[in-house]
Write a protein that binds this ligand. Structure first.
Ligand SMILES: [Zn+2]
Ligand SMILES: [Zn+2]
Length: 123
């Protein structure tokens, strides 16, 4: 098996190919979201709210069944989303920004009239 290092130029790069966090609009409710592939073995296409949570808000989000992620922002490198494992949270040394996955609060029907001209991409 040969693993391609670079995607071919005709490939649509608007789909997340790695764990770089992109800012997009939720195609359903048109709220800004962070979109990224999280995890290396079985990457998930994650849509997260860009609002940073404090520990109490993270707890509330997890009690609502939402998954939380570390938003890793480092100088000279693109922002990345990584899974917050129980081990990572328990270690208590995390200096990352914490965000939770995006749960749509609106039905697709409400945003339908936007989708004709708008694309998935923001900025
Ligand atoms: Zn972290
Ligand atoms: Zn949404």
């Amino acid at each position: 098996m040969t693993a391609a290092k670079k995607p071919p130029s005709w490939l649509d790069l608007s789909q997340p190919l790695n764990d770089r966090a992109r800012t997009q609009l939720c195609p359903r409710c048109r709220q800004p979201i962070l979109r990224s592939l999280v995890g290396h073995a079985a990457a998930l296409d994650v849509r997260a709210d860009p609002r940073v949570l404090n520990p109490l808000e993270e707890l509330a989000a997890r009690l609502q069944g939402r998954t939380t992620y570390c938003l890793r922002i480092r100088p000279h490198l693109p922002p990345r989303l990584t899974d917050r494992s129980p081990e990572h949270i328990r270690a208590g040394r995390c200096t990352h920004l914490v965000v939770a996955d995006h749960h749509c609060t609106r039905t697709p029907a409400l945003a339908e009239h936007h989708t004709a001209s708008a694309t998935d991409q923001l900025f």
